[in-house]
Design a protein around this ligand. Structure first.
Ligand code: ZN
Length: 409
């Protein structure tokens, strides 16, 4: 295993683990890992809200008929869990969120004035990966997907897809994730066997529009055959992990197929029914893969806003314990994640807290002056500060969600 392997760090840092009784590919999240995940999810929700998305929740199960309509049943069943019998019905763990969102759209009538309508969800989906390929957070059977579907007119689709691509670039910059390349994923040549829906006109139109999105976005990309979704081509944003393995994190698709299958429509300015286009997009892909990539990119030294513990308070001796707990209480009251590290030699405690962005050391001198000595994770030291001033600085950095640990006033 290489140095920043997320599976090793995940276990060492108590982020996540698996248990044979829960099953392979079904990791659980320990409190520190759950904190990172929660912060990431909140970040994505806020980013999407600011970009005009509305979030929904929908169930992880659906009736078999739903996937027969969407086409998953005939084109994607190899990757789906077997159906469960429930009385006279069969229900399925969903392999994607698209069908549920199409039903949510269809449940109300829509005027052209409401479009583009952007429905987002951080929702669960399931994939029956073979146990041989499972490991860590990158190949899992239970997936929390950052997903959204934009229902729009034909004229709006290219712009919506381009804006989605911009949103992906923005999130990567904020999170410190590097895209290795952009890929236009097309169906395979001459591929039979029902892997893709057969509708040449649909493929041609969607592909032309995605090319336009990529060309006008000014990103370099390559086309790849055999990588499309069964219902249409897609833009894949590729990443590379610490071992050099490539994977798809984010996607953007323009889809004419699902709106047909679900008979979606909106009322146009002419008072007549029109077919909307569905833009599928995921900014950070699956939460599991995104956290794995963040662990590897940062080697466990997360930006302050994502860090499981943001501030470690180290009293030099027992005599400063009261001040240490007082500072911790104030930090907690301000919404910071804080830990008092009081056991062991100071050197050992500093090493134990090496991944914590801020370390507040309180010795005899600082305690007498009512100050705190501050060490940053990168080794920098800050002039001793009053507790209120220190917490103000840290709070501002955390709220800014930046990579920089300290901003000189
Ligand atoms: Zn979708």
């Amino acid at each position: 295993m290489y140095d920043h392997d997320h599976r090793r760090l995940g276990r060492e840092l108590d982020l996540f683990d698996t248990d044979p009784l829960m099953g392979a590919g079904l990791p659980y999240w320990l409190p520190d890992g759950a904190t990172v995940r929660h912060e990431l999810e909140e970040y994505v929700r806020e980013l999407e809200c600011a970009a005009g998305y509305r979030h929904v929740y929908s169930p992880v199960l659906g009736k078999r008929e739903l996937y027969e309509i969407s086409g998953h049943w005939s084109h994607y069943s190899e990757d789906m869990f077997p159906p469960m019998e429930l009385g006279a019905e069969e229900v399925v763990l969903r392999p994607s969120l698209c069908p549920h969102h199409a039903l949510i759209y269809r449940s109300r009538s829509h005027s052209y004035r409401e479009l583009p309508l952007r429905i987002a969800e951080l929702g669960g989906m399931y994939r029956s990966e073979l146990s041989g390929v499972l490991g860590g957070l990158t190949r899992v059977r239970a997936i929390q997907l950052n997903d959204a579907h934009i229902f729009c007119t034909l004229d709006q689709a290219v712009e919506e897809a381009r804006t989605a691509l911009d949103l992906i670039a923005r999130a990567y910059a904020d999170l410190g994730i590097r895209a290795s390349r952009y890929r236009l994923s097309l169906p395979g040549q001459g591929e039979g066997g029902g892997k893709y829906v057969a509708d040449p006109d649909l493929w041609r139109r969607a592909t032309a529009m995605l090319r336009e999105v990529l060309d006008t976005s000014g990103v370099d990309y390559e086309s790849a055959e055999g990588e499309a979704a069964f219902y249409g081509p897609k833009i894949d944003v590729q990443i590379v992990d610490g071992a050099g393995r490539e994977a798809t994190l984010s996607t953007v698709q323009i889809d004419f197929h699902q709106p047909e299958r679900f008979d979606l429509h909106y009322i146009g300015a002419d008072g007549a029914k029109h077919r909307p286009v569905m833009v599928h997009r995921s900014v950070i892909g699956s939460v599991e893969r995104a956290v794995a990539q963040l662990v590897e990119e940062h080697g466990g030294a997360f930006p302050a806003w994502l860090a499981p513990v943001q501030l470690a308070v180290l009293p030099v001796s027992e005599a400063q314990a009261a001040q240490a707990y007082d500072l911790a209480e104030r930090a907690l009251a301000q919404g910071l994640r804080v830990e008092v590290v009081a056991e062991g030699s100071l050197g050992a405690r500093v090493r134990a807290a090496r991944l914590v962005p801020y370390q507040a050391v309180i010795g005899e001198r600082e305690a007498a002056a009512g100050l705190v000595a501050v060490r940053l994770r990168d080794g920098r030291r800050v002039e001793p500060l009053a507790p209120a001033e220190l917490l103000h600085h840290i709070g501002a950095r955390v709220r800014a969600r930046g990579a920089e640990l300290w901003a000189d006033a």
